[in-house]
Design a protein around this ligand. Sequence first.
Ligand code: HEM
Ligand code: NAG
Ligand code: NAG
Length: 328
Amino acid sequence: MSKNMQINYSIALLVLLSIISCLEAQLQVGFYSYSCPSAETIVKQQVTNAFMSNPGIAPGLLRMHFHDCFVRGCDASILIDSTTGNTAEKDSPVNNPSLRGFEVIDAAKNILETQCKGIVSCADILAFAARDGIALAQGPVYAVPSGRKDGRVSLASEVLTNIPSPAMNVSQLTTNFANKQLTQDEMVTLSGAHTIGVSHCSIITSVDDRLYNFSGTNMPDPALNPSYVPQLQAACPKGSTSTSSVVNLDPTTPTIVDNKYYANVLVNKGLFTSDWTLRTNPATAASVNANANNQAQWFNKFTAAIVKLGNIGAGSAGEIRTNCRVIN
Ligand code: HEM
Ligand SMILES: *[C@@H]1O[C@H](CO)[C@@H](O)[C@H](O)[C@H]1NC(C)=O
Ligand SMILES: *[C@@H]1O[C@H](CO)[C@@H](O)[C@H](O)[C@H]1NC(C)=O
């Protein structure tokens, strides 16, 4: 072999090796097609069963995936139970008692451990389950790249600093999403997830106090549509402290993944300040308008953005947890 050929050969080898190591760090669609071909079907079956008895499972799993990915990446840190020495993410007031759907992940994991022991990560189960919930709620269908690893750390103290607050304005939200390498437009696109599900009344009566005492005025937020206020007040009576009182995020089509969220925001029927504020900036307002006018386009943007959300932390070291609630 000539010296030149040797050099070329070494370069080719280096390029190949770097491509391989790069691929290893990336998630891929069909990651389990050889190691556990029925993985995605098993998850879908469990989500479907749960959805049949409680459609609230769809928004529950979607929010859980988001809250997983925004804290330490999509590593199923949200699923870990607190222990004597450690308060886990799920027990932050941001997540407890409002996050729901843990039992669906457990059910899928139990079956997967009997059929494909030690193969399918809890983080992937959650990403698949969020996708399946969206489809069951008549939203877009998309392929989920997989191959995530489960993390070994879950700290309640990291939740408030990473998960956006419903009282944030558009610049704060933009910064919060930029911290996760998501653009302002992706932030607007993903906010459309508030097309399904509920909020606990305590959010709009204390954390983001829009309903009775906005900015200490003893009045509702003047930015709320006046016809929406009595509707919200009926769902959330003054002084109601019960953790079980909730109100729909989308007053128009509360259980369907559609673009009505954006139409709501345009008529000041977005529930949170973080929804309303999207109207206050020219770029985000334009995006709200575009999404309100074109559901197919929002579906496309939403699936791309949620895949990107699901990539946060991809390639991190970790394990395949045996029980999604406990590190191995
Ligand atoms: C833009 C910043 C966001 C803020 C400030 C925010 C805030 C909130 C709040 C306060 C709730 C109600 C929680 C409760 O019941 O106490 C909620 C519910 C929900 N959020 Fe968000 N969220 C944001 C973005 C997202 C994203 C990106 C997704 C998913 C892609 C999402 C999905 C959901 C869903 C589906 C629910 C309903 C949950 C259920 O019914 O169980 N949110 N959000
Ligand atoms: C958003 O809120 C922050 C913190 O309260 C404030 O400094 C900033 O000026 C606000 N931005 C806008 C666009 O209202
Ligand atoms: C309304 O908010 C202000 C300022 O936070 C507070 O001083 C006042 O006590 C509140 N009013 C009620 C009725 O809770």
